[in-house]
Design a protein around this ligand. Structure first.
Ligand code: CA
Ligand code: CA
Ligand code: CA
Length: 441
């Protein structure tokens, strides 16, 4: 099954089931199917796009702003566009969005910015900005796709964004937001809400934007796996119940803009939205579908809220056993589960696909979670990669004991398990943890 098909399937399923159905991966676009967005319009799994239309823009100009996917990535380029609600002559735009109801988490990978060669780009444009945005729809829904332009009479923008904005050294990864047309990060005379991490061109290329019960949060990552939180100077600004229309719909998607007259662009890949229903666990670690997971993994997730008192964890190699809840259940009072710890299914097998699910429990009831999956890799202690950890592996470790200068890809015959350049107690500790894993008891 191709990923694209999976996206369609997930989309169809979500809308063909009742409200009580499970949430999960709402949209996952890898942009690997070539498409001319100007000719073919948006694919049906996107709901629309926003940019400013106006008398000063000819069809040729519009081309400048539009999006085409190139080399399996989404390429978005604009000129004379801005999200500054008070600068109505230029915005708002550009946003390509999906209509989302309820809690969500969106992630994306910024794969190019302005162009290759200078930092993360050349043809340096200081005001190129891009990232993830959640926006209150400001015009009637149902305007035909592919691409909506809108008039400039309504400048009361309401949005919350996670920006990749490296050109200014105080920025990097940054939260921005707009309230009733007022972009607070530049509107405050003290700039107290300027909220970049200051990493500039070292900023993380992976972005995540999340809403839980009208509270937004933003994250950045250098590898798409480990995430750091972006913080606002004024935490009250995280709470934005206004960023949805009367039907509870929020536009969530990828934005890019520059207000310069010279075009600037960004490339995006693997845009993904997860959703959940009230009470559900989410944010599984490892993430849905992660390959090559250490069999020693401690599973984690985010709980719905503080009312959740316990968690029922199902884990099995059988999807149906997890889905039906017939797999053995493990009760956890914190939102993590060590499959190899007390009550666990120790140890997880190497190179095996596991399904798991967390049902959240509070005084109101039990909330069934989605079925997630991941696939384990080798045991870290399996130095000779024969599927188990035994004396043969120990012999390699002993043979390289206290060796220095272990380098990629050999890593001292693999004995440098933590790949820090030497074989020492840290490696022994990992090895001991896996001792006899994969062997027949
Ligand atoms: Ca791709
Ligand atoms: Ca082995
Ligand atoms: Ca080591």
């Amino acid at each position: 099954m191709t990923k694209k098909f999976f996206v369609l399937l997930a989309f169809v399923c979500l809308f063909s089931l009742s409200v009580a159905s499970r949430a999960g991966v709402f949209l996952w676009d890898d942009f690997n199917t070539p498409r001319d967005y100007l000719v073919q319009g948006l694919p049906p799994w996107w709901d629309g796009a926003v940019w400013r239309c106006g008398a000063t823009y000819s069809p040729d100009n519009i081309k400048k702003w539009c999006a085409n996917d190139v080399n399996g990535r989404m390429y978005i380029r604009t000129a004379n566009q801005a999200w500054d609600g008070r600068n109505g002559g230029m915005g708002p735009g550009f946003l390509m969005y999906k209509n989302v109801k309820g809690d969500f988490a969106a992630t994306v990978h910024i794969t190019s910015f302005t162009g290759p060669g200078w930092g993360f780009g050349n043809n340096y444009i200081g005001y190129n900005n891009c990232g993830l945005m959640a926006r209150k729809p400001s015009y009637p829904l149902g305007i035909p796709v592919p691409l909506n332009c809108r008039d400039t009479t309504n400048t009361k923008e309401n949005w919350f964004s996670n920006d990749y904005f490296p050109p200014w050294e105080v920025n990097g990864n940054e939260i921005r937001y707009c309230e009733n047309g007022y972009r607070t990060d530049i509107g405050d005379p003290n700039r107290k809400n300027q909220s970049g991490n200051g990493l500039s061109w070292n900023a993380g290329h992976w972005l995540k934007l999340k809403r839980a019960k009208d509270t937004f949060s933003a994250y950045y990552s250098f590898d798409g796996v480990n995430w750091a939180t972006l913080n606002l100077a004024d935490p009250a600004m995280y709470y934005r119940p206004d960023i949805k229309d009367g039907n509870g719909i929020t536009q969530v998607g990828m934005f890019q803009c520059t207000y310069m007259s010279t075009t600037a662009w960004a490339e995006f890949d693997n845009f993904k939205i997860m959703t959940r229903f009230a009470g559900q666990a989410w944010y599984p670690v490892p993430e849905e579908g992660t390959p090559n997971v250490d069999p020693d993994i401690v599973l984690k997730w985010d709980k719905w809220d503080a009312t959740i008192t316990s968690h029922q964890v199902y884990i099995s190699e059988s999807f149906s056993d997890v889905n039906s809840g017939t797999a053995p259940v493990h009760i956890c009072d914190t939102n993590s589960y060590d499959p190899c710890g007390p009550g666990g299914i120790a140890p997880l097998k190497a190179n095996t696909k596991y399904y798991w699910r967390v049902d959240e429990v509070n005084s109101q009831g039990t909330y069934a979670g989605d079925v997630w999956d991941f696939t384990t890799g080798s045991y870290r202690g399996d130095i000779d990669k024969d599927g188990n950890v035994d004396f043969a592996d120990y012999a390699v470790l002993a043979n390289n004991w206290l060796n220095q200068n272990c380098i990629d890809p050999d890593w001292c015959e693999g004995a440098d398990l933590n790949k820090d350049g030497k074989v020492d107690c840290l490696d022994l500790e990992i090895f001991v943890k896996d001792w006899l894993a994969g062997t027949t008891p």
